[in-house]
Design a protein around this ligand. Structure first.
Ligand code: TYM
Length: 326
């Protein structure tokens, strides 16, 4: 069984990009792998948050993940802040990464441009992310395409640490889906669908009501032609719809595109497929949301499991670095 790790931020609402790019695949492979899924609440602090809201979002995200089908008895589902080793190894990774490497991260550059207050944590975020992954001897990291660069950095840091201090970390690999690895905003299809950009009409939330989903797809921006073709460069809006429909129905995007001659039916069918895809999640979510104590129990159980591996890794890391044993 491969060791798998991935993370998701408890920021804003979870959207169709998170679901198709990551969460759905976590669920699909949970029985094949030895997987840990982490609600990265410390990463969420890189941008100031309202504490009451953050507290609620962490629980809600755990409920969405379980509603999506993750079985907390099968995978390890936990909150990053419950396992202190993340911050400990995070520091070590900050000392392993160079300033120049972190400065080249495109997500940092984009986020920093949009923000008035740029925390030092936003800058060092990819070092903490590398620590998340390396703590668990992770082999595979299922993520969307936007995390590719961060994954490359995690690999580089693992290799660098190993060559400085001796074999310590497994060098992880990204597992990026073949379709819908980058779901685009429905209103601005040249930009990815995102929790941190304010585009309510362009972002389909997994908890959106069917009527809302239908309306968002109906109003999706396409182009002034009328041909349905899968060509993300030349036709980003139409190709995004095709990719979503292909992912939702497990088909090839070119084959999906060949079945349409007009935009209207493509939009309607995509909306319907997404509504059907999300229906079971939405039904289960309603039940789970009614029992927050059960969610807290699930997270506590996950943290306990995660801590076992994380603390063993830190014993090794301390020893390699020459820090005194605990
Ligand atoms: P986050 O919370 O932004 O996103 C969670 C997952 O959703 C994927 N994703 C998308 N996939 C397709 N299309 C989109 N428009 C889209 N938007 C988001 C992301 O690629 C991700 O897989 N830095 C990470 C969280 C993290 C992490 C980790 C991930 C922290 N530590 C360790 C893996 C391993 C992030 O902000 O994801």
């Amino acid at each position: 069984m491969a060791r798998v790790f991935s993370g998701i931020q408890p920021t804003g609402e979870i959207h169709l990009g998170n679901y198709l790019g990551a969460v759905r695949r976590w669920v699909a492979t949970q029985h094949d792998d030895d997987a840990l899924y982490c609600i990265v609440d410390l990463h969420a602090l890189t941008v100031p948050k309202d504490p009451t809201e953050l507290r609620a979002k962490i629980l809600e995200l755990a409920q969405v993940l379980v509603a999506a089908g993750l079985d907390p008895e099968v995978v390890t589902l936990f909150a990053q802040s419950h396992v202190a080793e993340h911050t400990e190894l995070g520091w070590v990774m900050e000392c392993t990464a160079s300033f120049g490497e972190l400065r080249r991260m495109t997500q940092f550059k984009e986020k920093a441009e949009r923000s008035e207050f740029v925390s030092a944590g936003l800058f060092t975020y990819p070092a903490l992310m590398a620590a998340d992954i390396l703590l668990y001897d992770t082999e595979k990291v299922p993520v969307g395409d936007d995390q590719r660069q961060h994954l490359e950095l995690a690999r580089d840091l693992a290799v660098r640490f190993n060559s400085r201090y001796g074999e310590t970390f497994v060098v992880p690999e990204a597992a990026i889906p073949p379709v819908a690895a980058r779901v685009m905003d429905l209103q601005d299809p040249r930009r990815k669908m995102s929790k941190s950009v304010d585009s309510p009409q362009g972002t389909v939330l997994v908890l959106d009501e069917p009527k809302v989903i239908e309306r968002k797809f109906k109003r999706a921006v396409t182009d002034s032609e009328s041909e349905v073709r899968y060509d993300p460069e030349a036709k980003p809006g139409v190709s995004n719809l095709v990719a979503i429909l292909a992912a939702a129905t497990d088909r090839d995007p070119h084959e999906v595109a060949a079945g349409y001659t007009q935009y209207g039916p493509l939009k309607a069918d995509t909306a319907e497929a997404v509504i059907e895809l999300l229906r079971p999640l939405q039904e289960r979510f309603a039940e789970l949301a009614a029992d927050p104590a059960e969610t807290a129990r699930i997270l506590a159980m996950g943290a306990e499991k995660a801590r076992k591996t994380a603390s063993a890794t830190m014993v090794r890391v301390r020893d390699r670095l020459g820090l005194p044993p605990l």
